[in-house]
Design a protein around this ligand. Structure first.
Ligand code: MLT
Length: 308
């Protein structure tokens, strides 16, 4: 008899979470000769992203794909991956998640949160969107209410840029933007498109402060209940789906950006002011979080791995 698993996705169908989950599902069916089936529940149907970590930890949920910033509250060392301006390209994202550093973060998450990271969706840089006006430099943020996840590093980043952001669960964000409770938020192009944020947001600033990484997690108690053959199939399928996710991002992001422009979004590049955006957060935010990511040397090692 086929075994059916449940996978939670915080985003709507069609984004990078969906692509990773769908590819994983196909590969797992293939590798088990149809013995494993995965039902995907997009759009936060199984709870907001942070709740899915708790549910997986206690074995109520099998799989979840969620943004890394929503894992950080449960396992602070993964905050390394959301330290502003550390990851500066998709290659950097791959180097940090798939090498020795990535393995250490996977081990820490297992220890701290009871969930095992088995794959990654690569979703691109988080860009800032808002409904009011073009934002070029941090001072333009004044007076805007920006939604952020409940993530201390992201909250501190906006504070360093001079505003107090509003922490809000992902599942409430579209409605918050639509009703004007918040004016803006940041997420990658692919997510903005999948969530149809273009219907409630007009201006986009090409910030590159955080590259969105979205781990595929499995409940450790569920993983331990699987036969060795099923565990092997799950690990292989997630590894291959990760490689697929990286290629998917590179192949689609530009077209999605063009599509958002065609739908009326207006883009601003902070190029001339990027130095100001970068300096404000690297000086104010990095030192604040050395302790939570396991010490300054963790950041230094990451920068060395990235050739900086
Ligand atoms: C968030 O902003 O809470 C997440 O990045 C949303 C997502 O998972 O796409």
């Amino acid at each position: 008899m086929a075994q059916t698993y449940k996978m939670a996705l915080g985003d709507a169908a069609g984004g990078t979470q969906w692509e990773l989950g769908t590819k994983f599902t196909e590969l797992l069916a293939e590798k088990t000769g149809g013995k494993a089936k995965v039902d995907l529940f997009p759009n936060g149907q199984l709870g907001n992203e942070q709740d899915t970590v708790n549910d997986a930890a206690i074995g109520l949920l099998d799989f979840s794909v969620l943004a890394i910033n929503n894992v950080t509250p449960f396992s602070p060392t993964v905050g390394l991956l959301t330290m502003p301006y550390v990851i500066q390209s998709p290659e950097d994202a791959k180097a940090l998640t798939q090498g020795k550093i990535g393995q250490e973060l996977v081990d820490n998450t297992l220890r701290d949160a009871g969930v095992r990271i088995i794959g990654w969706a690569y979703s691109g840089f988080r860009v800032l969107t808002n409904s009011k006006r073009p934002i070029e430099s941090p001072k333009d943020l004044k007076g805007l209410v920006i939604r952020v996840p409940r993530n201390e590093i992201m909250i501190a980043s906006y504070q360093a840029w001079g505003v107090n952001p509003t922490p809000m669960a992902w599942s409430e964000t579209f409605t918050g933007l639509q009703q004007g409770v918040v004016d803006g938020q940041d997420n990658p192009y692919i997510t903005v498109s999948a969530m149809k944020f273009n219907e409630v947001q007009k201006y986009v600033t090409n910030l590159r402060y955080i590259f969105s990484l979205e781990p595929l997690i499995i409940s450790e108690s569920v993983f331990q209940q699987q036969t060795p053959e099923m565990q092997k199939a799950i690990l292989e399928a997630s590894k291959e789906a990760t490689a697929y996710s990286y290629d998917y991002l590179l192949a689609t992001e530009d077209n999605i950006k063009k599509d958002l422009a065609a739908k009326g979004m207006v883009f601003t590049d902070p190029a001339n002011n990027e130095k100001e955006w970068i300096e404000k957060v690297t000086t104010a935010v990095w030192p604040k979080f050395y302790a939570s990511i396991g010490g300054k040397d963790k950041l230094d090692t990451a920068l060395t791995v990235l050739g900086r």
